[in-house]
Design a protein around this ligand. Structure first.
Ligand code: HEM
Length: 213
């Protein structure tokens, strides 16, 4: 773990840790959404997908351990960056001066990050750490989304994920050196399109499931 503490003490190291783990999460979101869209095929299709996923056994356990590790690194590094920035700016201005044309997504990264974390913890309690012996995973999901408050909670969660990813992905590209003036406008647009697709892709699922259940 020495490499981790060394990386945490340099600003380039911290940015790299955030970028690599953030890109890993974007990969997870693509895989998770690709699996979840089977819900549009109904309960049987989604249960069949979930059964196939769980039949991966050890491979799935390793991927889950990787996700937990990435989450620990991303959250710890993000917290260190947040408190360092706070200490560097001890005086609170009445009129908040933002650096140049900083977007709302960029300015709110720590806050959307905390809210996404709370969403994920709640999400795991809903769908991962539940008794799956007495109901199929689709039954568990459709029962949750039969409550309109849950549908709203998930849509708000997806908006937060999309806002966080719209700046995070762009920032990660810059950190790993893909900030050539020729590609920058494309990568910026690509990050926004990606986050909108993720937001709409996940956000429409609770609405669809609640309507057909
Ligand atoms: C409407 C949107 C979503 C639905 C319906 C959904 C559904 C599910 C379900 C059913 C599972 C359990 C799968 C199983 O064990 O068979 C799951 C796991 C999980 N979801 Fe979601 N999900 C959604 C959005 C998200 C988002 C946006 C994130 C991340 C920001 C996320 C992160 C996770 C994680 C980390 C797991 C655990 C994966 C594992 O342990 O293998 N989900 N989701």
């Amino acid at each position: 773990m020495n490499w981790f503490f060394e990386a945490l003490t340099s600003s380039v190291g911290k940015k790299l840790l955030m970028a690599v783990t953030g890109l890993g999460f974007c990969g997870f979101l693509i895989a998770h959404l690709a699996g979840n869209v089977t819900m549009y095929g109904g309960g049987e299709a989604f249960n069949a997908y979930a059964a196939k996923l769980h039949s991966l056994g050890l491979i799935l356990r390793i991927a889950e351990a990787g996700l937990v590790f990435f989450a620990i690194v991303h959250i710890t590094t993000g917290a260190v960056l947040f408190f360092q920035n706070l200490r560097a700016r001890p005086v609170r201005y009445h009129v908040k001066k933002t650096a140049g044309a900083q977007s709302l997504a960029a300015a709110t990264m720590p806050y959307t990050g905390i809210l996404v974390l709370l969403f994920v913890v709640n999400h795991l309690m809903d769908f991962s750490f539940v008794d799956k012996a007495h109901a199929s995973i689709y039954q568990i999901v459709s029962e949750k989304f039969s409550n309109p408050l849950y549908v709203i909670l998930y849509i708000v969660g997806m908006i937060l994920v999309a806002v966080h990813v719209s700046h995070g992905l762009w920032s990660a590209f810059q950190t790993i050196g893909a900030n050539h003036p020729k590609y920058m406008p494309f990568l910026r647009k690509m990050s926004i399109v990606f986050s909108i697709l993720i937001g709409i892709g996940f956000g429409t699922l609770p609405i669809y499931v609640s309507l057909i259940s």
